[in-house]
Design a protein around this ligand. Structure first.
Ligand SMILES: *Cc1c(COP(=O)(O)O)cnc(C)c1O
Length: 421
């Protein structure tokens, strides 16, 4: 992709005028710094609050006050089927059928629940492939799943590392490891986008490789959902889970989500941990013995929907429905490329961009590995009204989020960095 970018505020402002999504910014609340919006580049950690959240929250509080328990059926969004209102929007965002997705629980919980179904080691087939340096919660989840089944994590978990001197994990190396593990491999679990480097994995290619040796392929989409257009069903991905408080702007600890391919979701004999909310709706309140799973991913639900924890999700998904993930990605490619271009002009600071330089191998994130003074730079940024993310020992992650960031944000960020002596 060739762009002709320019280092000037005027250029950035012209790009903003040309941006068909520029008005979405006005729908969000930005933390303030000296009376103006912060440069908020932290949407990969916690997305911003949209202005409708408070209004929708009030609606739920009113319905609870007005109806009490009758709200399960009489509220404007009846709580009995509350989770169902998310499926259509989520299906578009992750590329699945409506029945293959469900909003429930939180990310690590969902990862455990899905591993209960998809990590069923027996005999020789007990190994798990994951990326080295995965998000700690994923490491803990997988390690304890392995222990629960009586295996030793050092033996059962195969970690794929970047080649010496690189920060990027090559798909070819993942394929080779999968092939080498062969029929000892039970499941591959990778982040769709690596949280640290921002590398986007070729999920289809990895899924094909996993299936070739008879293993399942699942993805943690924490940093991919709402960031990259996904096609989980067409890629034949077996399972996936995500959180909603990063690119999906659904608030701290907001409800997570899960995808289960219909092959398993529609198979009542496929093992899942059961609770009443996963039971067939017709017989749910009969209070009888014997779990009858409903169709699809919704059968992995255990408990009734945490309504107040889902309000911001509704507000956010409405915006995703309107903007569309394809248009968001188009803007994102340009915005991230512009920010990268600006960063490459700086000669006063010593850092390496460890995010892939090819736009199709990354999302809306750039990770700057500082060779010196990283923390100092981060503290100056904070003081000057930039909200970014610091990762030990020396990485600053920035996420220009297409839903609400603009080209002027990128330019302001560049100016602040440039002024650092
Ligand atoms: C953000 C993130 C999590 C957080 O897990 P929660 O259960 O939502 O607290 C887990 N894994 C990855 C890869 C993440 O990026």
């Amino acid at each position: 992709m060739q762009h002709s970018f320019d280092i000037s505020l005027e250029f950035a402002q012209t790009q903003d005028k040309l941006d068909i999504l520029h008005s979405y910014r006005e729908r969000f609340l930005f933390p303030q710094h000296n009376g103006q919006n912060s440069v908020y580049f932290c949407g990969n950690s916690l997305g911003l609050q949209s202005k409708t959240v408070r209004y929708l929250m009030d609606g739920e509080l009113n319905d609870w006050a007005k109806f009490g328990v009758e709200g399960h059926f009489q509220a404007r969004n009846p709580w009995f089927s509350y989770h169902q209102q998310f499926s259509e929007s989520l299906a578009k965002i992750v590329g699945a059928n409506k029945e293959e997705v469900v909003a429930m629980n939180t990310l690590t919980v969902n990862l455990h629940l899905l591993l209960m179904s998809f990590y069923r080691p027996n005999g020789n087939r007990y190994k798990i492939i994951m990326e080295a340096g995965a998000f700690p919660s994923d490491q803990y989840a997988i390690e304890t799943q392995v222990r629960m089944h009586g295996y030793n994590p050092n033996d059962a978990i195969i970690e794929i590392t970047p080649k010496e001197g690189s920060h990027i994990i090559e798909e070819a190396d993942i394929e080779a490891a999968i092939e080498q593990a062969g029929d000892s491999l039970a499941v591959v679990v990778l982040g769709g986008v690596n949280y640290y480097t921002g590398q986007l994995f070729d999920m289809q290619r990895i899924t094909v490789a996993a299936h070739k040796v008879g293993a399942y392929a699942g993805f943690d989409l924490a940093h991919a959902v709402g960031n990259i257009p996904l096609h989980l069903h067409d890629w034949a991905v077996d399972f996936a889970c995500w959180c909603s408080y990063k690119y999906l702007n659904s608030g701290p600890g907001g409800v997570g989500g899960a995808y289960v391919h219909e092959k398993y979701g529609n198979d009542p004999t496929f093992f899942r941990l059961a609770g009443w909310w996963g039971n067939d709706e017709q017989s749910r309140f009969k209070m009888q013995k014997g779990f009858v799973p409903q169709q699809g991913a919704a059968s992995w639900q255990m408990s009734n929907a945490p309504v107040f924890n889902m309000v911001a999700h509704r507000a956010s998904l409405d915006l995703f429905d309107k903007a569309g993930i394809i248009a968001l990605r188009e803007k994102s490619l340009l915005l991230t490329a512009y920010l990268e271009y600006l960063l490459l002009q700086l000669d006063n600071l010593s850092f390496t961009l460890i995010t892939p330089t090819m736009p199709e191998r990354r999302g809306a994130q750039l990770s700057l590995l500082f060779h010196e003074k990283g923390r100092e730079v981060f503290d100056i940024l904070t003081k000057k009204g930039v909200i970014a993310d610091w990762r030990e020992p020396n990485v600053i992650r920035i996420a220009p989020v297409p839903m609400y960031n603009n080209f002027e944000d990128a330019y302001r960020f560049y100016e602040i960095l440039k002024s650092i002596k």
